[in-house]
Ligand binder design. Structure first.
Ligand code: SF4
Length: 348
């Protein structure tokens, strides 16, 4: 795995992005931002699953102003997502937004960007230049690849912000197509010092979107690219946060709660391992500590194949071996499989 790309650190509320800080997991609400109570409720749900930053859509002035009340009800830093109307960015800043996301595809006029940058600078609020393959500026050179056009759109706005002595910048270059996204990030990573927000846009429902995101985000992270991630899913945003941590855990980039190791089961198994693994997974949701838990379908191969697990069970007919780091502790009865394993998890 490549060494992480060095990037400048920026601060969004109390969260540091870049500069070697842990990779931040973020999400976006899908409530109507003007509905303050629903939005607060959903952000609290995101806080409960350890989301670290949240973005809210700002389609109009009422939504921009709602940020003030939303901020009073939550502790996560709030990023305002702005499209088309630069005045909404100013209102969101006025209402206390901790970060802004601008799309150069629909706010690119230098005089408007200048006004936003000035107001953001006064409040020390970073701006994400959020390029999206589906909404590139009309001026983009059609002879270039989509990835190159995305990079050019970002660089143009970066240069504009830099000319205004504004450097609280974060950049994203998202496409639905994974190779395009990887090419774009790879290209810009060596051209700019700013932290990168990575993700695959409109990735789909959890069934396919998590895979698409894991491949795209995972490839970039493996290349050492990325300071904050958002897994875009057509689902409750909680699913995005869970998937985000799973991607980071898969690459050993963050620890977050337990890791479940479970075998796919085969003809040797004498228990319903699918049902058992699901039952254990549901119990593990309540556990905060980083612990590796194994659920294996047979005693012959189970303990050996899962020997790096902190605790685990390897099942036989009606009984299972409870093991710790590959070493047997004791034998348990089928009715106790889940409770005995969870008691060992708690004790660990
Ligand atoms: S641990 Fe046993 S049951 Fe599970 S896949 Fe391996 S051999 Fe099959």
């Amino acid at each position: 795995m490549n060494k992480r790309r060095a990037s400048k650190a920026i601060q969004i509320g109390n969260v540091t992005i870049g500069g070697g800080a842990p990779i931040v997991v973020q999400s976006m609400t899908n409530t109507d931002t003007r509905d303050v109570m629903s939005t607060i409720h959903q952000i609290k749900e995101l806080e409960d699953c350890d989301c670290e930053l949240v973005r809210v859509a700002v389609p109009d002035a009422e939504a921009a102003q709602a940020i003030r009340a939303i901020k009073r009800g939550v502790s996560l830093p709030i990023i305002a997502d702005i499209h088309f109307d630069f005045r909404l960015a100013l209102m969101a800043l006025e209402a206390g937004a901790d970060g802004l996301r601008l799309n150069p595809g629909n706010i690119s006029e230098p005089k408007k960007v200048r006004v936003i940058a000035q107001a953001a600078k006064e409040r020390n609020v970073p701006i994400r230049i959020g390029v999206n393959a589906g909404s590139l500026p009309e001026t983009a050179n059609p002879k270039l690849t989509i990835a190159q056009r995305m990079v050019d759109a970002a660089l143009e706005q970066i240069r504009l912000l830099e000319s205004l002595d504004f450097d609280l910048i974060k950049v994203s270059l998202k496409a639905f197509d994974v190779p395009t996204t990887v090419e774009a990030y790879h290209s810009i990573a060596e051209k700019i010092p700013y932290p990168l927000h990575i993700g695959i846009t409109e990735a789909g429902t959890p069934r396919t979107g998590i895979i698409r995101s894991a491949v795209g985000i995972g490839t970039l992270l493996y290349m050492g690219i990325g300071d904050t991630i958002r897994v875009s899913l057509t689902a409750h945003p909680r699913e995005e946060v869970i998937a985000g941590y799973e991607i980071l855990k898969s690459l050993n980039l963050r620890q977050h709660g337990p890791i479940l190791v479970s075998c796919p089961s085969c003809g040797r198994a004498e228990v319903d391992i699918v049902k058992l693994a699901e039952a254990v997974e549901n119990q593990l949701i309540k556990i905060d500590k980083p612990i590796k838990v194994a659920v294996m379908g047979c005693v012959v191969n189970g303990p050996g194949e899962a020997k790096d697990a902190d605790v685990g069970i390897a099942c036989g007919k009606g009984r299972a071996v409870l093991f710790k780091k590959g070493k047997k502790i004791r034998t348990i009865e089928e009715k106790d499989f889940v409770t005995a394993l969870m008691a060992e998890v708690e004790r660990f």
